[in-house]
Design a protein around this ligand. Structure first.
Ligand SMILES: Cc1cc2nc3c(=O)[nH]c(=O)nc-3n(C[C@H](O)[C@H](O)[C@H](O)COP(=O)(O)OP(=O)(O)OC[C@H]3O[C@@H](n4cnc5c(N)ncnc54)[C@H](O)[C@@H]3O)c2cc1C
Ligand code: SF4
Ligand code: SF4
Ligand code: SF4
Length: 390
């Protein structure tokens, strides 16, 4: 395969498409999943390159609009909303598909430092998919499994990053599946597994405890507190939750300052309009300014209805949501990643060169600047305006 590492989004389309099973996704030295080809099995057929969403532009077969209807919304179920990163709209859509006998594909934490796309077939297990995990996930054979479910006549809701949704459509090929719905998240980029693993291990050593689970968007102090919580277990058997907001937490600082993202994330082909999925979900960060009635600091989603297929599914959850019509312009003003990639941190190369030499705390001291969430959003908007008008 000749896809340059800088272009590889780790989407796993190549591994899913290889009929000989010659490709496995393995972590590289920076901690991102890359395709590794077993040359003794490979027949040089070229399918892996043809299916790669970085060698061609993949589009949504339901014809995605470049000016989608835009909604601000959240679910009425307070517990689901609390467990979700923004307004919990993902869970409401997923529940509806499961009620109709369908399956839902999304990212779960499968080990303290590992995240994977998994298939969920009952409402109780949806909690595994709820909430953003700010670490790159292993897609495994999810696209092949989706194809098998669709061929059985099952309904499927697939959710993931835009590049994963593009990879799914690429693997499915020209076939049009009426029973498939897709959700893409507004995507800042995915951080390295190695950086998260290092952060967790250092926290474990410091607290003399084992970390079983992390919640990347703990809302107990409010949605805007943007807090990461780790669930510690001590040898005594006692447990404790260790929570830090984005100003205090080392990992969140590294993530939000774009220093440990996959390189493809700063030149993303799919995080823009027209969006790749039927429905796009993100945080409606500026909702207090533009739709104050929908803001209570418990999380509000921005929802883009990119296709009529997606609009149909979203209208089926009207009874369990609070919503109002918005505009694309208002949503983009608070969330530029709807239309463009995050900007590469100019010290990324130095950071990864230092990764094995310094502690995470020292890396933060060396490479990060203290920022408020307000400043981060302002910086993103300024960069976006510069791009538009230069
Ligand atoms: C890496 C990452 C970066 C993001 N960047 C932004 C951003 O810049 N701006 C913004 O507005 N929103 C961003 N989001 C999306 C946002 O945090 C919420 O996930 C989204 O608003 C949906 O929220 P919800 O309350 O409806 O459902 P939630 O229950 O919070 O959403 C869960 C969904 O996210 C998916 N998911 C979780 N982790 C991952 C992962 N690692 N890889 C792929 N899919 C995953 C799950 O499959 C599930 O579908 C990001 C999410 C992730 C994972
Ligand atoms: S060239 Fe063909 S056989 Fe070889 S890895 Fe790619 S898809 Fe598999
Ligand atoms: S298909 Fe995806 S994982 Fe494979 S090389 Fe292309 S971008 Fe990378
Ligand atoms: S920013 Fe683009 S390349 Fe990176 S994870 Fe998101 S969709 Fe994929």
């Amino acid at each position: 395969m000749t896809i340059p590492v800088a272009k590889c989004s780790s989407c796993g389309a190549c591994a899913n498409a290889c009929a000989r099973g010659a490709i496995t996704m393995q972590l590289d030295k920076e901690g991102f999943y890359r395709p590794v080809v077993d040359e003794s099995v490979c027949s040089k057929c070229g399918t892996c390159e043809r299916v790669c969403p970085w060698t061609r532009i993949v589009t949504n077969p339901n014809e995605s609009s470049a000016s989608p209807k835009t909604i601000a919304a959240y679910v009425k179920d307070e517990q689901v909303r609390l467990e979700s990163s923004s307004g919990g709209i993902f869970s409401a859509l997923a529940e509806r598909v499961i009620e109709d006998g369908g399956a839902v594909v999304g990212v779960a934490q499968v080990a303290p430092t590992r995240f994977e796309q998994i298939i969920v077939e009952n409402k109780a297990d949806l909690s595994k998919l709820r909430g953003s995990k700010y670490v790159q996930a292993n897609v495994g054979m999810a696209y092949k499994q989706v194809r098998a479910l669709l061929l059985e006549g099952r309904k499927v809701l697939f959710s993931g990053t835009p590049c994963q949704v593009a990879a799914l459509y690429s693997v499915l090929g020209k076939n049009h599946f009426e029973n498939l719905w897709t959700i893409d998240i507004v995507c800042h980029g995915t951080p390295s597994v190695k950086v998260f693993e290092k952060y967790i291990h250092e926290l474990e050593n410091k607290s003399s405890a084992t970390i079983l689970f992390s919640c990347f968007r703990d809302k107990r102090e409010g949605w805007r507190s943007f807090s990461l919580s780790s669930f510690l277990k001590f040898v005594s058997g006692e447990g404790k939750i260790h929570s830090r907001n984005f100003r205090e937490d080392f990992f969140l600082q590294i993530f939000l300052q774009n220093i440990c993202l996959n390189r493809s994330c700063t030149d993303c082909h799919y995080g823009k309009l027209p969006r790749i999925a039927d429905i796009t979900l993100g945080d409606y960060w500026n909702v207090a300014d533009v739709h104050p009635k929908l803001d209570d600091d418990k999380g509000t989603s921005v929802v883009l209805l990119n296709t009529s297929h997606g609009e149909g599914l979203f209208s089926s959850i009207a009874d369990c949501t609070v919503r109002c019509n918005s505009t694309l312009e208002k949503a983009i003003a608070g969330n530029p990643c709807i239309v463009r990639s995050s900007k590469e941190n100019f010290r990324r190369i130095e950071f990864f060169a230092d990764l094995d030499r310094f502690s995470v705390e020292d890396l933060v001291k060396k490479y990060c600047v203290p920022l408020s969430l307000h400043k981060i959003v302002l910086l993103k908007i300024r960069n976006f305006m510069r791009k538009c008008f230069r």
